[in-house]
Design a protein. Structure first.
Length: 122
């Protein structure tokens, strides 16, 4: 018997409270990669990472990250170049989907887009 999330039972279904996120390895931003759906372990959030070289965003990655590591910035050496990697986390399903958008700005972008559509209909 399949139980839906929120149903009353002594044993809740295993698929409830799972956080689905997109995964992509650390890649150069010009390289196309089809995002893979992944399920984060407990106490992890979706993340989107950007790797910068000077003022240029050159790398990106997505996946799951422990909450304690969200917001961290560290150096990453790849092919002889040192990049500054920054990690932004979010806690909604698939919230790390947009390329070039950090987790915090994703909400603002969606909100402004919604307002623009609603104003256009008035």
């Amino acid at each position: 018997m399949f139980l839906r999330c929120g149903s009353t039972s002594s044993s809740p279904p295993l698929l409830c409270d799972k956080l689905y996120c997109y995964f992509s390895p650390i890649l150069e931003t010009e390289i196309a990669f089809e995002l893979i759906v992944t399920v984060c372990p407990p106490d992890e959030l979706c993340f989107k990472a950007d790797g910068r070289y000077g003022n240029h965003t050159a790398l990106s990655a997505r996946g799951c990250l422990p909450k304690k590591d969200c917001g961290l910035v560290h150096s990453l050496s790849l092919k002889g170049t040192v990049y500054t990697m920054s990690y932004g986390c979010c806690d909604k399903p698939y919230c790390n989907s947009c390329p070039g958008v950090t987790a915090k700005s994703l909400y603002v972008t969606l909100t402004l887009g919604t307002v623009a559509v609603m104003v256009g209909r008035l």
